[in-house]
Design a protein around this ligand. Structure first.
Ligand code: 5GP
Length: 129
């Protein structure tokens, strides 16, 4: 069965899209640690980061860097943190999280976002790509 992220990539379930190319897709995390929290995903469905072939791994990092730069330009923050966990969704994804403090990196604190704020945030980030 397809992962929830494959369904997002195929447009079968909605998401606030940030960027897409031939191999990768970026969209806002639905339960963000901070406003602008974004997930970068390879279209190829692989569970674990270190199981990606080398070129997909390197491509994912390059794509995430580009998206991360746009987040940094769009969202006031001290820096953009990058982490890979994958305990909830078994489809590799890089978390890009605007950080003000360690609180935003813990996955304990969550930011409440309305649909309008998600839409506006995605638009702001897309403008900086
Ligand atoms: P992890 O697998 O790295 O532990 O976490 C999965 C992340 O995916 C979580 O931050 C969670 O909020 C996010 N997530 C799970 N389901 C969805 C979804 O359907 N849409 C979006 N945009 N994010 C999701």
């Amino acid at each position: 069965m397809s992962s929830i992220f494959t369904k997002i990539i195929k447009g079968e379930i909605p998401a606030y899209k940030i960027a897409e190319d031939e191999h990768f897709f970026a969209f806002l995390d639905i339960n963000p640690n901070a406003r602008g929290h974004t997930l970068c995903v390879p279209k190829k469905e692989v569970d674990k980061l270190l199981d990606l072939d080398e070129s997909t791994y390197i491509g994912l990092m390059a794509f995430s860097r580009k998206v991360g730069k746009a987040i940094e330009a769009a969202i006031p923050c001290d820096r953009v943190g990058m982490t890979v966990i994958g305990l909830e969704v078994p489809h590799v994804h890089v978390h890009l999280i605007p950080l003000q403090s360690m609180k935003n990196a813990t996955f304990q604190y969550k930011e409440h976002m309305t649909p309008e704020l998600f839409e506006e945030t995605a638009k702001q980030i897309r403008k900086k790509l």
